[in-house]
Write a protein that binds this ligand. Sequence first.
Ligand SMILES: [Cu+2]
Length: 295
Amino acid sequence: MKVFLLCLFFAGSMAWPSFLSDHHTTDLAHKQQTVNRLLFHINEPLRFADLKELAATFTPGADVSGCKDGGAAVKLLMADLNDHRLLEQHHWFSLFNTRQREEALMLFDVLMSCNTWESAVKHAAYFREHMNEGEFVYALYAAVIHSDLGAGIVLPPLYEVTPHMFTNSEVINKAYTAQMTQTPGKFEMEFTGSKKNPEQRVAYFGEDIGLNVHHVTWHLDFPFWWKDSYGYHLDRKGELFFWAHHQLSTRFDAERLSNHLGLVDELYWDRPIVEGFAPHTTYRYGGEFPARPDN
Ligand SMILES: [Cu+2]
C-alpha cells in the first residue's frame, strides 16, 4: 500500500507542469524562458507541452485564490469571452481601436491582479490560446513591464515577435518564398519611397528598426491609458512624454539639416500634411498598413 501511495505521489507530481511544481523553476532564468515561450511563434498555438497543458486544463475564474482582486478582472474578461464578444484570432489589432484596446487592457488587468508567478502563467497560457494575438502580446508586454512579478525579465524586442510590423512586405514575401522552397536566404531591406524624393535622405532615421522599437517600448513604459489604481503613480508622465518626443524630433531635425533638408514642418490637426508616406509594412492578418498620399 505504501509503495502504491508513493507511486501515486510521483505520478501526481509528474502530471503537474514541472515549472509550477518545483520552486527552483520560478527563478529568473526559468521565468524568462516561460515568457519567451509564451511569445514564441505568436500566431500559432502554444507548442510547449507544459504551457499547452495549462491552457487546456486551467479554467480562469474557477479558483480565484491566485487573484488579488477576488477574481473581479478575470470574471469580467471570461464573461466577454463566453459571450463571444472578444476580437477573434488572426485579425489585425490596433491599440487605437477603442474596443480592441479595452480588451487588451482587460487581460492586462487580469495579469496585474495575479498574486503569484504561477497564477500569472496559468492565466497567460489560457488567454494566449483564447484571445487575439495582438491583444495578448500587448497585454503581456505591459504586464511584464509593470507587474512586480516581471521584475528582471528581459522582453524580446518586438521586431522578433511581430516582424511584420517592422519589415517591408518585399522582404516578408521573400522570406515566405524561402520558407516554402526550403532555401535559406539573406535579404536586404531597402528604405521605402523613391530615391528621387529628397525626404529619402533621412529615411535611415525614420525607418530605423532599433529606433522604432525603442519608441514603442517607451510608450509601453509610460502608457497613455495608465491609471494609478494599477498600484503606483507614473511620475511626471506628461513631462516625460514631451521630453522623449522632443528628443526624437530634435535629433530628426539635426539629421535633416545634415542632409540639406529644412526643419520638419509643424503639424496641425486641421491642415493637410503635405508629405505622404507608404509604410510598406503589413498586418500579419488584415492587409497592408494604410498609405497616406502626398497632399
Ligand atoms: Cu511616441
